[in-house]
Design a binder for this molecule. Structure first.
Ligand SMILES: Cc1cc2nc3c(=O)[nH]c(=O)nc-3n(C[C@H](O)[C@H](O)[C@H](O)COP(=O)(O)O)c2cc1C
Length: 397
């Protein structure tokens, strides 16, 4: 074997170290919690209400059991998938997370580079702290863009034009945020828009020097894409960010307008029920994304994984279904595929990785998921992800 060049060798040994010290996403989560100020942690980790839906996502994923194989011989897992006309080497991507740059300085460029290097999609949020133009040079061909729908049709047309010109090819319309949710834990954490350095926040920040230094270097994150339209509205209250002031709650007519204006793949995110999925399919969506927004919007929602079979049954076998909400490892990805997903996305996990170790931490999440997928596919004796649909276990079987 050729010796690795020094930089790659260093990167390689870093990944190998992390694999021993922090082999799971739970390990990265624990470290992330210590490395970011409390108000940032509460923003990233919280859900809404009593956070029962967030807990339900985890509990229901754990209940999905699969049948391991006996004497299946040697298997070489193939993790590649084809989705929306493209080939991806891995069956997961990075879900849109607003204000990623608050979680870790420079998060969006880091994640964009990681997406390009790993060949996985990255959904940039409308309320990211960097614009599509900022991120375009790093993201290559892996750019999906997540749309929070502006009220003004001129702003919509301008946004879509900019996103397209920046090279983002897949549009995600988020349908499960008709209004702001209360997110009680996040409120108590003291986050304002834009973040303000009150004595309490300063005290929290002083305890997290790596976050503080990084933030001092790149500046406090702002909603730059949204702010480029701020001349259209008046002064901002600190309790609501500009995103909420510019946008409207989309309806079916709005979807039709977006469908007409966007000539690439259109994915509708935040779908839980078969009848909605069928109506979206009929309205021209190219895929639905089963998600309960990780419990951040409505605390009375069922676990997203429990809704997946109903959506799959309703839309039929050939229609793309993406899944997120609560994935913490390769096994969870297999569970989602078993219940009908064609692709999975993760929001928090990549940000826990970033907050734990910066860019290498997010890269480590890709490694954990990949390695865990291969290991569990070996246990199941399957070579292709689609085969897991036949490996569900039900009591008595
Ligand atoms: C801090 C945070 C911010 C988010 N911001 C957005 C957003 O701007 N747009 C969006 O469609 N979804 C947003 N989401 C939801 C994610 O895209 C995704 O649905 C969810 O995080 C998936 O669950 P997981 O975090 O358990 O992987 C956000 C999630 C988190 C944790």
């Amino acid at each position: 074997m050729q010796p690795l060049p020094p930089a790659s060798a260093r990167r390689y040994s870093r990944v190998m170290d992390l694999d021993h010290t922090h082999p799971s996403i739970a390990d990265l989560t624990a470290r992330a919690r210590r490395r970011v100020p409390r108000f940032v942690w509460d923003y990233l980790d919280s859900a809404t209400g009593t956070e029962a839906t967030k807990a339900r996502n985890r509990a229901s994923l754990d209940k999905v059991l699969l049948r391991p194989a006996v004497l299946s011989g040697e298997t070489v897992p193939d993790l590649s998938v084809r989705l929306l006309g493209r080939d991806y080497p891995l069956p997961f991507g990075i879900a849109p997370v607003g204000m990623s740059g608050l979680v870790w300085p420079g998060a969006e460029p880091s994640l964009a580079r990681l997406a390009q290097r790993s060949g996985i999609p990255y959904g940039l949020s409308t309320v990211a702290s960097r614009t599509p133009e900022d991120v375009a040079p790093m993201i290559g061909d892996q750019g999906w863009f997540q749309l929070y729908t502006p009220r003004d049709p001129k702003i919509l047309a301008d946004m879509l034009g900019r996103v397209k010109a920046a090279g983002f090819h897949t549009l995600i319309l988020t349908a499960d945020v008709p209004v702001a949710s209360r997110r009680e834990r996040q409120r108590k954490g003291g986050l304002t828009h834009p973040p303000r350095m009150s004595p309490r926040i300063l005290a929290q920040t002083a305890r997290c020097p790596a976050w503080a230094l990084g933030t001092a270097r790149v500046g406090m994150p702002r909603l730059r894409f949204m702010e480029s339209y701020s001349d259209k509205i008046g002064p901002l209250p600190s309790t609501q960010h500009i995103g909420y002031l510019l946008r409207t709650s989309p309806d079916w007519e709005y979807l039709a307008r977006v469908r007409q204006a966007w000539d690439g793949p259109l994915v509708v995110k935040g779908v839980l029920f078969g009848e909605d999925a069928v109506r979206l399919k009929d309205a021209g969506a190219d895929a639905v994304w089963v998600s309960n927004h990780a419990g951040r919007q409505f605390d009375g929602a069922p676990a997203a994984i429990d809704c997946l079979p109903g959506v799959r049954a309703a839309v039929g076998d050939d229609y793309p279904v993406i899944f997120d909400s609560g994935i913490e490892g390769g096994l969870d990805i297999l569970r989602a595929f078993a219940l009908g997903a064609d692709f999975t996305m993760l929001g928090r996990a990549f940000h826990y990785g970033l907050a734990a170790f910066g860019t290498p931490g997010a890269a480590h999440v890709v490694h954990i998921l990949t390695d865990d997928l291969k290991s569990n596919m070996g246990q199941l004796g399957i070579t292709r992800l689609a085969e897991v649909r036949d490996r569900m276990w039900t009591p008595g079987a």
